[in-house]
Design a protein around this ligand. Structure first.
Ligand SMILES: [Zn+2]
Length: 437
């Protein structure tokens, strides 16, 4: 089967390719990028006015399997990924059991190969049970395929233990991914500590709690030579700490999440617990700093922190509802609406933050669109206007504060190894793959 994608603007940030041309896909791979005639193909996809880009890469998702499959499974999570244009993801280890042994890791990767439509990579926990007290067997987990180590959702607080984790990570040359939060400063807050949290009677989560750990982990990385990746940076001073560390040569990378460059803490007045996320939505100044951090390269990648919860769980009171929101199906729309159409990033820069840059952070063999490589491709309509309707999400969960929001920019087709796994073009009768349920 030969598929030819014609008339699109083909962007491959890693090689600097950005021009109107055709992409020929054959036997699951990109056979040629150039002016191949349509007669050479069995199937032609017209991408007039559209961007043809590497399949997007999300290095921060929670697919909830094993243990919390009422929220999401590897299968439903990968359907959501496909609908967002993502063809590769890195799963977080806070499942039940946590991904803290080679057996659990192997099971997750095997389920990914069996049920996942997209390429599934996994992190592993730094400590057993994400309890912060005993280091996992990082060497064996790394050999078994863990691409990064993280206790995401929690912060390892014991400096002796953490020093040892960084030392081993340096030896293995694998990044530590850090969820930054000094919980001793947090004390059961749900929202950013400020006017909105006070108004809602919430104790609040201070920016300082995140910034203390960012500063600490930068020092650990500097001391040990390990690679550090700061997850979901949400504060202006956090961005500045990373900027300064990069300037003096520390091996630190960082990600920004669409909700953190789009929404302020006031969203909780509109969306209630659907706006409860950790780190929390902060002030307008912080939102601007995250966007500027992406613009100047301080923040390398856009990552969603896709965190499904049922609406039942989210209907609990503010202090008891779980943290997190789904993000895979709104990421492209938010990135284009908030960063590209405002002129903060070019389309090529935005695509880099969603493909080659996150792949480089985690050392993943994905995020490129070039002859000879797997045909993992997203086709994006940068001008498509749409309104977020959580009822149409392919994720098992619908917890988003973006419902009803009008966005400009949407994934219209997603392909993994040459197979179309999502198709929302005009005229396509059913955008979902046959086995969607
Ligand atoms: Zn986190």
């Amino acid at each position: 089967m030969k598929t030819l994608i014609v008339n699109g603007t083909v962007i491959d940030p890693a090689s600097g390719l950005n021009r109107r041309t055709n992409v020929l896909v054959e036997d699951g791979r990109v056979a040629q990028i150039g002016n191949t005639p349509s007669s050479a193909a069995d199937r032609v996809i017209d991408a007039e006015g559209l961007l043809v880009v590497p399949g997007l890469v999300d290095i921060h998702v929670h697919f909830r399997e094993p243990g919390f499959t009422h929220k999401e499974t590897i299968h439903t999570g990968s359907l959501a990924a496909a609908a967002g244009g993502f063809t590769a993801v890195v799963c977080m280890p806070n499942t039940r059991p946590a991904i803290d042994t080679v057996e659990t890791l192997a099971q997750v990767l095997e389920t990914g190969r069996r049920d996942g439509l997209v390429k599934l990579f996994s992190s592993a926990a730094i400590t057993y049970g994400i309890e912060g007290s005993r280091l996992t067997d990082m060497e064996s987990l790394h050999q078994a395929g863990a691409v990064t180590f993280t206790d995401d959702g929690k912060t390892v607080m014991d400096p002796h233990l953490l020093y040892e984790a960084f030392r081993r990570a340096a030896e293995l040359d694998v990044p530590i991914s850090s969820h930054c939060e000094d919980h001793r400063l947090v004390d059961r807050g749900a929202l950013n500590r400020g006017a909105t949290s006070r108004r809602l009677g919430d104790p609040g989560i201070p920016a300082l709690g995140e910034e203390l750990i960012i500063a600490r982990d930068i020092l650990f990385a500097e001391e040990t030579g390990a690679r550090l990746h700061i997850q979901h940076v949400s504060t202006a001073r956090g961005v500045q700490l990373i900027r300064e560390a990069k300037a003096r040569g520390v091996r630190v990378t960082a990600e920004g999440a669409p909700h953190h460059f789009t929404l302020t803490d006031e969203q909780a007045l509109i969306s209630g617990t659907l706006a409860k996320v950790n780190p929390p939505l902060r002030t307008a100044r912080d939102v601007e700093a995250v966007a500027q951090g992406l613009r100047d390269g301080t923040l390398d990648a856009i990552a969603t922190d896709h965190a499904p919860h049922t609406l039942e769980e989210k209907s609990l009171p503010l202090d008891r509802a779980p943290f997190g929101m789904v993000g895979l199906e709104t990421a492209v729309g938010l990135t284009f609406t908030r960063l590209v159409h405002t002129g903060l990033l070019t389309a090529e820069q935005a695509i880099a933050k969603l493909t080659s840059a996150p792949a480089a952070v985690m050392g993943l063999p994905v995020g490129r669109l070039a002859a000879g490589l797997d045909a993992d491709i997203a086709i994006i309509d940068p001008q498509k206007e749409w309104v977020v309707d959580p009822q149409t999400f392919l994720s098992r969960s619908r917890n988003t504060p973006f419902g009803g929001m009008r966005l400009t920019g949407k994934t219209v087709l997603t392909m993994v190894r040459g197979d179309i796994i999502y198709d929302d073009r005009e005229g396509a009768d059913n955008p979902w793959p046959a086995d969607a349920d």
